[in-house]
Write a protein that binds this ligand. Structure first.
Ligand code: GLA
Length: 407
C-alpha cells in the first residue's frame, strides 16, 4: 500500500479554516490567507553561508482565517489540536529570556513582534484559526508556512503594502526569520520563508542568500513527462535539537579561520589551497567542502534551467546527476542524512529515478526524486518495500509541482 498525501485545494483549505473559525469564535472571519510549504530542489545548508538555494513552493499550504481584535490579545485554534490558546502580543519575548510563549503560537505572535521590532505596526490582536496540509516535522517547512500565512494576515490588516511588492515580501521574509530565530529559538537560515513568500507557480527561485535577490526560473516538469516525487520518510526530525545549530556554528568558525565573513566568499576552485586551510580540523574541512561544492552545483543547476528555458532542451540527466552529487556530499561531508534518507535515495535511483536527494535540514525529514512519470509507480513501490524491509516507518508520498506563494 502506498500513502499519497494530497494537498487541500485552495477552496477546500479556505472553507475548512473558515468553518473552524466560525464554530470556535461564534462569528465569521474577516479574511483568509495561506502560505505554502516548500521543497528545496538543490542548494542545501547554503543559505546561512550566503550561498544559493533553488526552492519551490509546494501545493501543500497552511491556511489561516482571521479577524482583528481591539486589544493586544491573540486567540488561536488549530484543526490539528483541541482547545483555544490565548497569548498577548505584550507577552512575547526572545527565546533566551525564558519566553512565556512557546510551541506553535510562538510563530504566530513572533511575526508581529518581529515586524514591530522592524518599525511596522503596532498591531492589534487577532482571533485566528489554522488548518494545514503541510506535513509536520517532515522537513517541508510547516513552520515557515505558518509564519508566512500569518505575516500575510498581519500585513493585510495594516493595508497590505508589504505583501503587494516583492521587496515588501522580502521584509516579511526577514520578520518571519527573526520570529523563528529569536522567538521560537530555531537558528534557521531564511530559505524556507523566501520560498513561501516569494515563489511563483511553475517556477523555482534561484535565491541569492547574501543579497536576498531572486530569479524565477521555469521548472516545467510536466511537459518533459517528469515528476518531482517527495517522500516524507517519517523518521524523527527536529531543527531545534542542536545538530543544525552545530553545523551552522562549524561553518561560522571555519569562515573566521579562513578569513571570510561567509563561506560563499571562498574561491570555488582553490579554497583548499588557502594557507589557513590546514588550520581546520578534518571535520571542518569536510563541512566547508560541502558548502563550496553545493554552491557550485546549485549555480550549475540554475544555469542549466536557464539554458533549457532558452533552447527548449533541458539536460535532465545532468540535473539528476547534480541532485545525486548533492546527496552524497550531504551524506559524507556534511553528515546530515540518516538511514531512512539514504535508503529512499538508493531505492529511488535503483528504480529509475534520474536523481534523488534529501531536501531541507536533514536528520530525518523528506527526500525528493526526479522521476519519469511512467516510472513513478515503480519508484514509490521500491521505496515502500525498502522501508518495510528495513523496519522503518511507512513513508508518505507527495506529488510536488511548483505552486504559488503566500497571499
Ligand atoms: C532548514 C532551514 C533552512 C536551510 C535548510 C538547509 O530547512 O530552515 O534555513 O538551512 O534547513 O538547506
Amino acid at each position: 500500500m502506498v500513502t499519497l498525501k494530497q494537498a487541500f485545494s485552495l477552496t477546500e483549505g479556505a472553507t475548512q479554516v473558515t468553518t473552524l473559525f466560525t464554530e470556535t469564535f461564534g462569528y465569521a472571519p474577516t479574511a483568509v490567507h495561506s502560505a505554502p510549504g516548500r521543497v528545496n530542489v538543490i542548494g542545501e545548508h547554503t543559505d546561512y553561508n550566503g550561498g544559493y538555494a533553488l526552492p519551490m513552493a509546494l501545493p501543500h499550504r497552511t491556511y489561516v482565517a482571521v479577524a482583528p481584535r481591539t486589544d493586544r490579545l491573540v486567540r488561536l485554534i488549530s484543526a490539528q489540536e483541541s482547545g483555544v490558546r490565548e497569548v498577548s502580543l505584550d507577552q512575547v519575548d526572545t527565546f533566551d529570556s525564558a519566553n512565556p510563549v512557546s510551541g506553535w503560537p510562538a510563530y504566530v505572535v513572533g511575526v508581529a513582534w518581529a515586524l514591530e521590532q522592524a518599525g511596522y505596526g503596532p498591531y492589534m490582536g487577532l482571533d485566528i484559526a489554522v488548518d494545514s496540509c503541510v506535513p509536520f516535522g517532515a522537513g517541508l517547512s510547516s513552520s515557515a508556512a505558518l509564519e508566512c500565512a500569518v505575516a500575510a494576515a498581519w500585513d493585510t490588516l495594516q493595508g497590505g503594502a508589504l505583501l503587494a511588492t516583492d521587496s515588501g515580501r522580502a521584509v516579511l521574509v526577514n520578520a518571519c526569520v527573526q520570529a523563528e530565530n529569536q522567538i521560537a529559538g530555531a537558528p534557521t537560515g531564511g530559505m524556507d520563508q523566501a520560498a513561501s513568500l516569494r515563489c511563483q507557480a511553475g517556477h523555482v527561485i534561484f535565491l541569492d542568500c547574501r543579497d536576498q535577490t531572486v530569479q524565477h526560473l521555469p521548472f516545467d516538469l510536466n511537459s518533459a513527462d517528469l515528476e518531482l516525487l517527495v517522500v516524507d520518510t517519517r523518521a524523527p526530525h527536529a531543527l531545534v535539537d542542536g545538530q543544525y545549530a552545530a553545523r551552522r556554528q562549524a561553518c561560522e568558525t571555519a569562515a573566521s579561520i579562513l578569513g571570510v565573513a561567509l563561506l560563499v566568499e571562498l574561491p570555488a576552485g582553490s579554497y583548499h589551497e588557502l594557507p589557513a586551510w590546514q588550520q581546520l580540523s578534518a571535520v571542518q574541512q569536510a563541512r566547508v567542502r560541502h558548502v563550496v561544492t553545493e554552491i557550485a552545483r546549485t549555480k550549475e543547476f540554475a544555469s542549466l534551467l536557464t539554458e533549457g528555458a532558452q533552447t527548449g532542451n533541458f539536460d535532465w540527466e545532468r540535473l539528476g546527476a547534480l541532485m545525486n552529487a548533492s546527496h552524497e556530499s550531504l551524506r559524507v561531508d556534511y553528515e546530515v542524512t540518516c538511514p531512512e534518507l539514504d535508503t529512499m535515495v538508493e531505492a529511488a535511483r535503483g528504480a529509475g529515478a534520474l536523481g534523488a536527494r534529501m531536501t531541507g535540514g536533514g536528520f530525518g525529514g523528506s527526500a525528493i526524486a526526479l522521476v519519469h512519470t511512467k516510472d513513478v509507480p515503480a519508484v514509490t513501490q521500491a521505496v515502500t518495500e525498502a522501508f518495510a524491509q528495513a523496519g522503518f516507518n511507512e513513508p508518505h508520498f507527495l506529488r510536488a509541482f511548483p505552486a504559488e506563494a503566500a497571499f
